[in-house]
Design a protein around this ligand. Structure first.
Ligand SMILES: Nc1ncnc2c1ncn2[C@@H]1O[C@H](COP(=O)(O)OP(=O)(O)OP(=O)(O)O)[C@@H](O)[C@H]1O
Length: 554
């Protein structure tokens, strides 16, 4: 519950004025609803009683009927305003929370980020934030409106009818409704949680099915995966049905509670009228007002049926939201690191590193320097820690002991934007984002010019491919899907060159290329960045021959 309150505070803080106005209108809607039914009941009964008494001609029908019309119109207008204000404010707050959440995910340590599954994380972020809209709209605002209306109804009925009747109506109603709502919340938590989990499983399985369809066909597992999708969907439907059943049962119980409360109010009102304490019309006012009070609990019923889903979502969102959520993001200094004169461009000094959960360190007392303009290749059997060394040099992971220095300064002293301006890292597998060669390259530099793009494409021997596909801006399949493996690799190398880094880290840059093309690409890299310190992880002879120095990792 603490997490729900925390999220509520965030939503409230960001849109306080609109939510206060919206809540005031929500109170007005319910209050006018109760007044409308109460007044109508009183009006009909009073008119009937006047007719029976033979004084119908003297009964003023205009004032009450004008009141009924005013309340009906006012209620519609207030409902419209309330929906507009509260929904708009909640959606705006949730947009801010979504942005905060993305910031939180991006700020996770590289190791944690690399373990996240894209589809799962995306689903979680979207579904969790969507679940939060009910906190304000279906829990908080209706609860505030209900409490205010109960107090006001008690005061008004006590004044217009009799304090005993007023106390009985409000007490019997709130206690009965309270018990039903608590029962709903308690029993709906588990199915609502399970329905949400099954929905996630269903979505992820569908995404997996589409993503790895070819492999599933090759291994004959397509029917199994399709069956897994069906199972998740059935589970989701069963749990959604269970939540709906509970909500309907809650509706029935609430109707019963209201009927019992109204029935007893009518009995008490009649007894008081028989004693002459109140008139029959006043007794009718109490009866109808009790029936109208049910309007306060309908939105709460839906909110409480979804409580399990909201609780889980609030807990996860709160864990991921940055501590400073809601505060302006401080501008990061863009200054480049001051190089220490004569220092090597990149230094890894006495590095000790153990992957989380691994038994032994992958690097122990590992030391290496790369000078400006020098190319160093890391060689060694698979699993010796070449990519790990590159990850440490790029500042994506931190050593357990030892230091990584850039131009003589520890990486930890260099602000992130400045660090990224100095170092570029080409991992073993890189994704290409964009719909044309130009867009894919411009990811590395939004101010990229066409001339520069053509230069780096020439350096990686892709000029003729680009011309053959219709030029820099010709539309390509999403994320380079229509390019060969070797073309995709060279485009990723070209994108790294766009940055003009002082230190370039390459993980098997010519993987998938024939030897002559590999040699052309490697020569092109050095020509484009003559002064850069280049550290490359290499299995291939072409890359090892290209390097000035070879370090074998054992
Ligand atoms: N995130 C991780 N968590 C746990 N262990 C990891 C992680 N990343 C790598 N390892 C392990 O660390 C060791 C070194 O991995 P690394 O990728 O650095 O090797 P490599 O020399 O680059 O191998 P290859 O030549 O196959 O690319 C391997 O045994 C690998 O399984």
């Amino acid at each position: 519950m603490k997490d729900i309150l925390h999220i509520l505070r965030l939503i409230w803080r960001k849109q306080r004025t609109s939510l206060i106005r919206g809540t005031a209108l929500a109170v007005a809607v319910v209050a006018m609803g109760v007044a409308l039914l109460g007044l109508s009941g009183w009006f009909i009964t009073a008119a009937g009683a006047a007719g029976l008494a033979g004084i119908g001609i003297a009964f003023n029908v205009f004032q009450p009927s004008a009141g009924v019309r005013l309340l009906a119109l006012g209620r519609t207008a207030a409902r419209y305003g309330e929906r507009l204000l509260t929904h708009d404010a909640t959606l705006k707050s949730l947009t801010d929370i979504r942005v905060g959440l993305l910031r939180g995910v991006l700020a996770l340590p590289f190791q944690t980020l690399s373990r996240l599954r894209g589809a799962e994380t995306m689903n979680r972020l979207v579904a969790d934030v969507d679940a939060l809209d009910g906190i304000a709209l279906r829990l908080f605002i209706p609860a505030v409106a209900a409490v205010v209306v109960y107090v006001a109804t008690f005061a008004l009925l006590a004044w217009l009818t009799d304090p005993i009747l007023a106390a009985w109506i409000v007490l019997s109603f709130t206690v009965g409704v309270g018990i039903v709502l608590a029962w709903t919340a308690r029993h709906a938590k588990a199915p609502s949680r399970r329905a949400e989990k099954a929905l996630q499983a269903f979505r992820i399985r569908v995404i997996d099915l589409l993503r790895v369809r070819d492999d599933l066909v090759v291994y004959g597992r397509l029917p199994d995966q399709a069956a897994a999708v069906d199972t998740a969907e059935t589970r989701m439907r069963e749990n959604l049905d269970a939540t709906d059943r509970l909500e309907r049962r809650a509706g029935l119980l609430l109707a019963l509670t209201a009927t019992i409360s109204a029935g007893t109010a009518l009995w008490l009102g009649s007894a008081l009228a028989a004693r002459g304490t109140i008139t029959p019309a006043q007794a009718a006012l109490g009866f109808f007002a009790t029936l109208a009070l049910t309007e306060t609990v309908q939105p709460l019923r839906r909110g409480l049926a979804d409580l399990g889903r909201m609780l889980d979502a609030a807990r996860r969102v709160r864990r991921l939201l940055p501590e400073d959520e809601g505060q302006p993001v401080p501008a990061q200094p863009h200054a480049a690191p001051r190089p220490v004169p004569t220092a090597p461009a990149l230094d890894l000094a006495h590095i000790l590193y153990r992957h989380p959960g691994a038994e032994r360190p992958v690097l122990d007392d590992f030391t290496l320097s790369v000078a400006p303009g020098e190319t160093v290749a890391l060689a060694g059997a698979s699993g010796r820690g070449k990519s790990t060394a590159l990850g440490l040099a790029a500042g994506l992971i931190r050593p357990d002991a030892g230091q990584v220095l850039l131009g003589g300064r520890p990486l930890s002293d260099i602000p992130e934007p400045a660090l990224r301006a100095e170092i570029t890292y080409l991992p073993q597998r890189s994704a290409l984002l964009g719909h044309s060669f130009f867009e894919m390259l411009a990811l590395a530099d939004p101010s990229l010019t066409e001339d520069r793009a053509l230069t780096v494409l020439e350096a990686v021997a892709l000029s003729s491919t680009v011309a053959g596909r219709g030029g820099l801006h010709a539309p390509l399949s999403e994320n380079g899907a229509g390019l060969s493996g070797g073309e995709q690799r060279r485009l990723a190398v070209a994108r790294a060159l766009v940055r003009r880094p002082r230190v370039l880290l390459l993980d098997e840059p010519t993987e998938g290329l024939d030897r002559p093309t590999a040699q052309r690409v490697l020569a092109g890299i050095r020509e484009t960045l003559p002064k850069a310190a280049i550290l490359t992880a290499s299995h291939r002879k072409a890359e090892q021959d290209w390097a000035d120095r070879l370090i074998r990792m054992r």
